[in-house]
Structures are given as structure tokens and as C-alpha cells.
Design a protein around this ligand. Structure first.
Ligand SMILES: [Mg+2]
Ligand SMILES: [Zn+2]
Length: 549
């Protein structure tokens, strides 16, 4: 069956959070390869939460274990649920026999994965585990070669960085949550993650975490946050008790998505080799990753903002959950070393990138009144390709839209978010993404807010959420209020404004002319505006590989 004809794919996610994050480049590759297919991720609850807003998959099916899918009968309940979906391809990122049994008994005709755990006979296309590259990111990606004829490998296995997605409202709620926990948000936040679900061998010593955190908090006037799961509360309390500075314990208090959003607020993260290390890396938070018994060649997050630190010892890497000897890989690693690396990361100026702020209605999609259903939403031609070009050129792409239909009661904020996820999923098929999406839900007459364009509230929020250089940024829109956004930060900084003739663009051009104001450029439509932007003086841009936030 040609791949274009495949309509439904089930991806069995790994069970550990760290592995699941390392599988995201493969999900991106699948998304870009099977553009027409519905991609459903089957995942246990914690991993399912990780992917709630992920645009590379269309839907998450929860493997409820513990719960209705536990045990022998539970497994058969799961099989009948999967079988009812009539998937055409099963892509197994989880290496257990069980995953293959599930695909086989659910009558999925194509079953791809590693021939591990004695399950080779159940797979229709397989790789030997021995042939897998050592690093897990690449080992997952290598499975893509099973989806195609030889010769197409390179394109399908195109490497992207792991990434996770949070909405602007999740980030705003996380800030409220942190405040409610007594966190001072005016200080730089430093997160530490002293646990490791796998076992104590992966844990650096609590007294050293405490010493490092104290010194950092003193030197940088920083606020320390302690992260971790419910089983790690004791170690968090131990560290807090040893510290002079105030540390706020978030351990065991957050859902997976809250944990992600709180990590994203941190200026620096210090972690053992664990799920949160991969989360911080995928969210591009500068990080010191402390490795002991595990092999960084296989599992270091290796993101552009990650620094690995470890003590070289003869017995590492080992695969022990608990150290059978003196834990020298960790006891040999002094607090001072971690402190100095952390301090260097804090002092390094964060490199800023230009952004393109884009309007929604009338700019990237037809503006025919309030869009109150997903069926009424479609993009102008070639918008996805144009956004992908901005992504590749290293621009942040940030959507800013007035949606007073919320205040007017035509639809609610949850609908706007659902529509935006639909938009992101459509863009993902074209290899494009929006880094941020902001909308003002307020009514122009009933209340004055600082976010409704032309006010600059959404720009301000984007500047605090991303490392944006505003003076080399652009605003694209079809209304006067969009053009004024370019001046939202005057007299400090001005961006360039680009008016598109779609939507209300023609009328706006006349209005601007009459008032003696002109945008910096007038373009036929959005792709034309992007052409112009990319022709301006070359920016200090990084590629898609380097930056995805
Ligand atoms: Mg508009
Ligand atoms: Zn507003």
C-alpha cells in the first residue's frame, strides 16, 4: 500500500516521560511523511498528558493502566477498543512484546518496530535492536526507514529537535499557581530536580543540591524551586531543610502539564538524568544535567541549552538502579563544579531572535465574520509553506489576534484554543509551526484591557515568554490596529509593519494614506509579505534545528 493512501496510524508511545520526549522527532517525521493520515498516539496517562497539545499528533488514546486496561481482561478491553478504530499502520515506539501483541490482535495490517522481547514474528517490518544507533532519539528515528523504500530514508529521517508545546493560558495559569505557592516571580527562578524515577543510583547527593542551590540563590538573588514526583517528597524536604535560602517545594504538587509549565518559567534547571531533564531540554530552558551511572551517549538530552556534567569513573555506565558499591560517580562530583557551570549559564546573555507577529483573520485566513466553528476556518493558499520558511530562517512566529467574539458570547475561550490547536495541527503537516499564540477575548466597549490591538499587551507577554529582538521584528496584518502594533514599544523600539491587501487590507491602505501614515511595506498577501521579509537584510538567524520553543 502506498504511504499516501494510509489513512490511520496508531503510535504506541514509550512509557517513560524521558523516552517519550526523545521520541518527538520521530513523531515530527511521521507527521511530515503521512500528511493525509490521522495519527493517534496510544499512551499511558503521564505520557498522554505530555502530548495533550502536541501538533504532530491528531489525537491521544489513553492506555488506562492502572485502570480499565489493567490485567488480562483489561488488555482485551484495550484490544477491542483499538480494533474498532481500524488502524492501517502500527508504529511501535515501545519495545515490549505486549505492544506487538496488541497491534497483532487488533488486526492492524502493518506493524513496525524493533524485533525485541521475542516479538519479531508479530511484526511485518522490523529492525534488529543491535542495529539501532546508541542514542535513543536516533534509535526511534531509525524506525522511519521501515516506512519507505530505500533511497527515501534521508528525507524521512530528517532530524529535528525534541519539542513540547504549552499554550499561553497554561503558562499564565502556571504563573498564578507559582504565586499561590509563595514564589516570588520577580526573581529569576532556578529549578532543581533531585529525584529520578528509575532508582537512587541516578541521584546526585541532596546536600550537594542544597549547597549549589544556596550559592546560586545568594549570587543571583534567585528563587529556588524543587521539582519531582510524589515519591520524591522526602528528598525535596531533605534539601529544603539543609538550605539557608528559601526554596519552594513543588514536588508532588503538580500535574504533568503544570510541571512542564513551571519548568518553562525557570531561567535555569539543574537535574539528574530523568524525565524532567528531557522536558526542560524540549522547552529550551538552559540546563545543567548531572549524570552518574547512566550513559549520556544513549540518553543525554543534548539540546542547544544543555550542559552535561559528570565524574568519570571506571564503573560507569552501569545499569544498576541502586549502587552496589560506594556510588563514586555521584559522590565524586563536587557542588562547586555544578555551581560554576550553572553560574556560567546564568551569566551568558540569552541570544535574541527576531519575530514575525502575525494577525489571524483577514491575514492568514478569510475574515468572514466571527469564526465560531472549525468548519468555517481555512487558511489562504500557501500560508503553511510561508510560515515554514520563517521557521527555517530563525524567526519566532507569533500569532496575535483580537477575538472579542468571546466577550460577545459568540463562542468561548476554550473554542478559540481548540481552533488554534486545529490550526497548529494543519501547519505541522506542512512542517510549519507557530511558537506562540495570543488572543484578546475582551470587548472593546465594555472594558479597557491592555491586550486588545492596537494596545501592546500581547506583544509584552510574547517578549517575556520568548527571547525576541523586537527592533528586528515584523508585524503582518490587514488593519490599522495591526500596523500600530509595530509601534507598541515606542520610543524604545520599533518593529517593521507589513500590510497585506487581503481581508480589510485595501480599505486600510486608503485609511492610512488619508492619515498620512504608511506601513513599511504593502504586500499582496501573506506569502508575498514573507517573501519581502526574507529579502530584507540578512538576519543573524539560526536554523529550525537550533531553535524551536
Ligand atoms: Mg485581521
Ligand atoms: Zn484584552
Amino acid at each position: 500500500m502506498p504511504d499516501e493512501a494510509i489513512k490511520k496510524i496508531i503510535v504506541r508511545a514509550p512509557n517513560w516521560i524521558g523516552d517519550a520526549v526523545m521520541a518527538t522527532p520521530t513523531l515530527t517525521a511521521l507527521r511530515r511523511t503521512f500528511k493525509a493520515a490521522e495519527i493517534v498516539l496510544l499512551a499511558k496517562p503521564a505520557v498522554a498528558a505530555l502530548f495533550e497539545q502536541h501538533p504532530d499528533i491528531d489525537r491521544v488514546m489513553i492506555y488506562e493502566d492502572p485502570g480499565p486496561h489493567t490485567g488480562f481482561f483489561g488488555f482485551f478491553r484495550l484490544i477491542s477498543a483499538v480494533r474498532a478504530e481500524r488502524f492501517e499502520l502500527a508504529f511501535l515506539l515501545q519495545n515490549a512484546l505486549e505492544a506487538a501483541l496488541l497491534a497483532y490482535f487488533s488486526d492492524v495490517p502493518k506493524r513496525l518496530g524493533y524485533a525485541t522481547d521475542g516479538r519479531g514474528i508479530l511484526l511485518t517490518a522490523k529492525l534488529k535492536k543491535k542495529s539501532a544507533p546508541p542514542h535513543r532519539i536516533e534509535a526511534y528515528l531509525a524506525l522511519m526507514q521501515l516506512t519507505c523504500e530505500a533511497g527515501q530514508h534521508a528525507k524521512r529521517m530528517e532530524k529535528t529537535l525534541p519539542y513540547l508545546v504549552l499554550t499561553a493560558s497554561e503558562r499564565a495559569s502556571a504563573r498564578l499557581f507559582l504565586k499561590s505557592q509563595g514564589v516570588n516571580l520577580n526573581k529569576p527562578l532556578i529549578g532543581i530536580n533531585p529525584g529520578a524515577a528509575y532508582g537512587t543510583a541516578k541521584r546526585w547527593l541532596p546536600e550537594r543540591f542544597a549547597e549549589t542551590a544556596d550559592r546560586l540563590s545568594e549570587a543571583g538573588q534567585a528563587q529556588i524551586l524543587i521539582f519531582g514526583g510524589k515519591s520524591e517528597v522526602t528528598v525535596a524536604q531533605d534539601i529544603q531543610g539543609r538550605m539557608q535560602a528559601d526554596a519552594v517545594i513543588l514536588t508532588g504538587k503538580t500535574t504533568v502539564r503544570q510541571m512542564m509549565a513551571c519548568i518553562r518559567e525557570c531561567r535555569l534547571f539543574i537535574s539528574n538524568d530523568s524525565g524532567p531533564m528531557h522536558v526542560a531540554s524540549a522547552l529550551k530552558v538552559p540546563q545543567v544535567a548531572v549524570f552518574g551511572p547512566t550513559n549520556p551517549e544513549a540518553s543525554f538530552s543534548n539540546g542547544p541549552h544543555d550542559v552535561l556534567v559528570r565524574k568519570q569513573v571506571d564503573c560507569a555506565p552501569c545499569r544498576h538502579r541502586e549502587c552496589p558499591i560506594d556510588h563514586r560517580c555521584m559522590t565524586g562530583l563536587e557542588a562547586d563544579r555544578v555551581y560554576r557551570i550553572a553560574q556560567r549559564l546564568l551569566e551568558a546573555p540569552l541570544k535574541k531572535q527576531p519575530a514575525v507577529f502575525l494577525d489571524r483573520d483577514g491575514t492568514i485566513n478569510p475574515d468572514d465574520g466571527y469564526i465560531d466553528s472549525i468548519a468555517r476556518f481555512s487558511l489562504f493558499p500557501d500560508v503553511g509553506k510561508a510560515i515554514a520558511r520563517l521557521n527555517k530562517a530563525g524567526f519566532y512566529t507569533v500569532l496575535v489576534t483580537n477575538q472579542s467574539g468571546v466577550a460577545r458570547g459568540f463562542f468561548d475561550a476554550a473554542f478559540v484554543e481548540e481552533l488554534h490547536l486545529y490550526l497548529q495541527r494543519g501547519l505541522a503537516r506542512e512542517g510549519a509551526y507557530l511558537d506562540g499564540i495570543y488572543f484578546c477575548p475582551h470587548h472593546p466597549d465594555w472594558m479597557s484591557c491592555d491586550c486588545r490591538k492596537p494596545a501592546g499587551g500581547m506583544i509584552d507577554q510574547a517578549l517575556s515568554d520568548f527571547r525576541i529582538d523586537f527592533s528586528s521584528s515584523y508585524v503582518i496584518g490587514d488593519k490599522v490596529s495591526d500596523m500600530l502594533l509595530a509601534e507598541a514599544l515606542l520610543p524604545a523600539e520599533k518593529a517593521q509593519s507589513v500590510l497585506v491587501k487581503t481581508g480589510e487590507g485595501e480599505a486600510t491602505q486608503k485609511k492610512l494614506r488619508d492619515s498620512g501614515k504608511i506601513p513599511d511595506h504593502v504586500a499582496k498577501d501573506f506569502p508575498d509579505a514573507v517573501d519581502w521579509i526574507l529579502k530584507q537584510k540578512p538576519r543573524d538567524a539560526t536554523s529550525d534545528e537550533k531553535r524551536r520553543t
